[in-house]
Ligand binder design. Structure first.
Ligand SMILES: Cc1ncc(COP(=O)(O)O)c(C=O)c1O
Length: 398
């Protein structure tokens, strides 16, 4: 018999979708994936070269649990230069992707009987990681009508003596929202006043548009920094999802605890990936700029096309590579072949089977009546995918 915790959390809600996409492809169907959570760009060459060099040099052994010193120095310099926060190298822990950093952080702050607040919609893994730690996720809706901004009043109302933390993500997956400095300052006040941690997931920091500025909560003050766990990594900014390289920064005591978790789980991130990450953070940032400019073009194109579809609306995302259009106008409708669309899940299934476009229903992120479109795909594919979506909507009748 499996442990009780195994029935208390779920695997990725998108895995069934991925399996179905694979099946349809095996049948020869031309599926366009608008469900991907990673850049469709290759890892820049200078980073790959650093990884290859690490292998050739036999830099292929265990490293210190919290990461090689060169990388922690590079992260420390990055956090100071980009985010205005001074973290010493012993306040940084390198992890197996940002996901492990979040997992470690939640394990360190919450357990049985504790609560962690989650502004929703939110990334699929937060909820399950909190449950895996034995704690309870407390959902608080963001302000959908105000660009998915944090609802500070609702967050304050959700705080109880059991609150151990909140997980925020800016720029946000799945909404694309970039939280304002003002809202983050208010959140920081609450964290200090009620003495809980903010796990600040900043993995999409570099993917930001329209001159928006990313603001790091930990930069507010020493007191706020002590209540913050800053999460980041190389996956999105450097197209390095498969290298599995993330990190967290927090107080020395916190990081020393995280080091213990790490030493008894993964030991450390891959030595090769760590060397590649040093190159990523300290090397030329040109490829990143090219990627952001291309994402920006696609974002504008997809937004224009989506907003031109009757009954579909979405606010302009300011970061990441996702759009979360409202399709509630079509809920309750029926297709020409009599397929009933009761919710976004039904719609996602319908477009996959009928038009061969894969996207993620909002339910996966705790929001109804919306679908998440990832524009991490070529312009040509995006154009064809929206044509197909348009056709799918045209088949639905109230
Ligand atoms: C919001 C958010 N945080 C963290 C991650 C995980 O990043 P990594 O691949 O570095 O584990 C993702 C990946 O999709 C994400 O969307």
């Amino acid at each position: 018999m499996l442990a009780k915790r195994m029935s208390n959390f779920s695997g990725s809600p998108t895995s069934a979708l991925i399996a179905r996409v694979a099946e349809l492809r095996a049948e020869g169907k031309n599926i366009i994936s608008l469900n991907v959570g990673e850049p469709d760009f290759g890892t820049p060459d200078y980073i790959k070269v650093a990884g290859i060099k690490a292998i050739v040099d036999n830099f292929t052994k265990y490293t210190a649990g919290t990461g090689i010193i060169d990388l922690r120095k590079a992260i420390s310099a990055k956090l100071k230069a980009d985010n205005g926060v001074e973290y010493e190298t012993n306040e940084i822990c390198v992890t197996v992707g940002a996901k492990q950093a979040i997992f470690n952080a939640v394990m360190a702050i919450a357990g049985e009987g504790d609560e962690v607040i989650l502004p929703i919609p939110c990334w699929v893994s937060y909820t399950e990681i909190i449950k895996l730690a034995g704690a309870t996720p407390v959902f608080v809706k963001v302000k959908n009508d105000e660009g998915f901004a944090l609802d500070l009043e609702a967050i304050e109302a959700a705080i109880t003596p059991k609150t151990r933390g909140i997980i925020i993500c800016t720029p946000n997956n799945p909404t694309g929202a970039v939280y304002t400095e003002e809202s983050l300052r208010k959140l920081a006040e609450l964290a200090v006043k009620h003495d809980f941690y903010v796990i600040s997931d900043e993995i999409y920091e570099k993917l930001i548009y329209d001159g928006e500025k990313h603001f790091s909560l930990a930069s507010i003050s020493q007191e706020v920094k002590e209540h913050t766990v800053t999460i980041n990594g190389c996956s999105k900014a450097y197209a390095m999802t498969g290298w599995r390289l993330g990190y967290l920064a927090a107080t020395k005591e916190f990081v020393s605890g995280i080091g213990k978790i790490q030493s008894q789980t993964t030991s450390a991130a891959s030595a090769i990936s760590q060397k590649a990450a040093v190159a990523a953070l300290t090397g030329p940032q040109h490829d990143l700029a090219v990627m952001v400019a291309e994402f920006d073009k696609r974002r504008k194109y997809v937004m224009e096309r989506l907003n031109a579809i009757k009954g579909v609306s979405c606010s302009m995302p300011k970061g990441a590579f996702y759009i979360l259009p409202d399709i509630s106008f079509y809920l309750g409708s029926t297709s020409d072949e009599g397929i009933k669309i009761n919710d976004a899940k039904d719609f996602a299934k319908f477009v996959l089977e009928k038009e061969q476009v894969a996207l993620v229903p909002g339910e996966a992120f705790n929001i109804e009546g919306r679908i998440r479109i990832s524009y991490s795909n070529s312009m040509e594919n995006l154009c064809e995918a929206i044509n197909r979506l348009e056709h799918a909507f045209s088949l639905l009748r109230a």
